[in-house]
Design a protein around this ligand. Structure first.
Ligand code: DGI
Length: 147
């Protein structure tokens, strides 16, 4: 089954949106298989955002994600990578549709509440980066037959 890496960013945690965001993915029918509240080491932040290394906002990105705890998660389900991206909304909250997480709660581009892997390749890379052996839980949910 497909898995993705989702993370409530420091602004989402500080604003008390962890429960709301988890609830959206649960209600959609996805399954939570890993989660942790953590402070992000600088090296991990730099690896996570490696594709933006040459961008002018790279330093700001790393400073922001290491500024306060994040809530890192692994979610599982059919087509979860693309569907989670749709539920998040566009990168800039100003362009994100109402009903999406960024559209409903985000205000600025740098503080846009949530991160989600954007492809199967990035999901694989990010899950390996953020979650070690034994940090994901395999279990069956009886409700899965209805999803
Ligand atoms: O996958 P996304 O988070 O939707 O977007 P991305 O991978 O293109 O960018 C990663 C994060 O970097 C994004 O969530 C917000 C930030 N960002 C992207 N473009 C800019 C930016 N921050 C600033 N300050 N300026 C930008 O142009």
């Amino acid at each position: 089954m497909e898995k993705t890496f989702l993370m409530v960013k420091p602004d989402g945690v500080q604003r008390g949106l962890v429960g709301e965001i988890v609830a959206r993915f649960e209600k959609k029918g996805f399954q939570l298989v890993g989660a942790k509240l953590m402070s992000v080491p600088k090296e991990l932040a730099e690896q996570h955002y490696a594709e933006h290394k040459e961008k002018p906002f790279f330093g700001e990105l790393v400073d922001f994600i290491t500024s306060s705890p994040v809530f890192a998660m692994v979610w599982q389900g059919e087509n979860v990578i693309a569907t989670a991206r749709q539920m998040m909304g566009k990168t800039n909250p100003a362009d994100a549709q109402p009903g999406t997480i960024r559209g409903d709660y985000g205000v600025s581009l740098s503080m846009n509440i949530i991160h989600g892997s954007d492809s199967p390749e990035s999901a694989e890379r990010e899950l390996a980066l953020w979650f070690g052996e034994g940090e994901q839980v395999e279990y069956q949910k009886a409700i899965n037959q209805w999803i």
